[in-house]
Design a protein around this ligand. Structure first.
Ligand code: ADP
Ligand code: MG
Length: 316
């Protein structure tokens, strides 16, 4: 490749060492990193062959100073998150074209996953491994020992039982609008086995866990339409809908969003509040799941609303 083009720094990688760069003409992205990035590139090559909507890996190698890098094609200049933020004009409503595009990309990924099941019937240990990875259960229980109780454990066992016959597929594990473009899905650093539907079903629901900081929110109608599109895609490939698993997946997401939240410095009252907020969302999710088997993220308070109640002493 001609390496005399300049790479523009984009950002440090969120959950790993290394950084992301874009080529001067915007057609390629370059990531630097270590063994994790190498595994990510290998995974991306593998699923590209399975018709997953992922960027093609164009080049990989080591820099003169021994750092691993990988170059992939650009899938476009705006993620769906970027597009949503750019189109906000005073309202918090997501534009329909964003949620409809999200549904199309999600359906493509779901169809590719259905066509290449990793475990048609999951082994109990692989399913449990997914739960522990996706929900960061070890960290959550370590930081919140009071939540490591028979009640939580019973709900999680129930959730695993419900997934006993759901196939495991090669998944993304950090799926959401910031990693989705109309041409496909980027940023596969967390790749691993997931139950069918885990990646794509919660994509519009997880916005609520941010407490309003994303600036936008999906309406109940948009979320219904999104799930209906995924049910169609699933029926066409597996003969069965998939949205019945959303409750289980949101229970796991409520653990995920509680992970790594406990501040080490008690003086950081802002961080303390966010931690308490996520604890609140977990408890709300758990209660709903126990009662109905579902979690309705529309019933979650925003962070501001929660904070007002918290400051007023509306807590134990
Ligand atoms: N192949 C790609 N096509 C288009 N945009 C990309 C691509 N790779 C990265 N980007 C852009 O770079 C940003 C950071 O890359 P990403 O791998 O998602 O990093 P992080 O792990 O920090 O989330 C993305 O949000 C997106 O805007
Ligand atoms: Mg990303």
């Amino acid at each position: 490749m001609n390496d005399n083009n300049a790479w523009r720094f984009v950002k440090k990688r969120t959950a790993a060492d290394g950084a992301v760069y874009v080529s001067a003409d915007g057609t390629r992205y370059r990531r630097t990193g270590g063994a994790d990035l190498q595994a990510e590139a290998a995974f991306q090559r593998q699923v590209a062959d399975l018709d997953y909507p992922v960027p093609h890996v164009l080049e990989e190698g080591f820099t003169d100073d021994g750092h691993y890098y990988v170059v992939e094609e650009s899938l476009g200049d705006q993620t769906l998150h970027d597009r949503a933020v750019a189109s906000l004009n005073g309202s918090r409503a997501l534009p329909d074209d964003v949620t409809d595009t999200a549904a199309q990309v999600a359906a493509r990924l779901l169809r590719a996953q259905a066509a290449h099941l990793a475990q048609p019937t999951p082994t109990p240990s692989a399913l449990r491994q997914w739960l522990d990875r996706a929900g960061f259960t070890q960290n959550v229980f370590q930081e919140n020992p009071d939540l490591d109780n028979t009640r939580t454990r019973a709900a999680l066992e129930h959730a695993l039982d419900r997934l006993a016959t759901v196939p495991l597929v090669y998944g993304h594990l950090d799926y959401g609008l910031p990693n989705v473009l109309p041409a496909g899905v980027i940023d596969w650093q967390h790749h691993g086995l997931v139950p069918f539907g885990y990646d794509v079903l919660p994509a519009l629901e997880v916005i609520a866990f941010k407490g309003g900081s994303k600036g936008y929110t999906a309406s109940p109608g948009q979320r219904r339409r999104y799930l209906a599109a995924l049910d169609d895609a699933a029926r066409n490939t597996t003969g069965q809908p998939v949205s019945q698993h959303l409750g289980v997946y949101l229970l796991v997401k409520s653990l995920f969003f509680l992970a790594l939240m406990r501040p080490t410095d008690p003086a950081r009252t802002d961080k303390h509040l966010k931690w308490q907020y996520r604890r609140h969302l977990f408890m709300k999710g758990l209660e709903q799941y126990e009662r109905t088997g579902m979690v309705d993220t529309a019933l979650f308070p925003g962070l501001e609303e929660f904070a007002a109640g918290y400051r007023a002493g509306d807590h134990p």
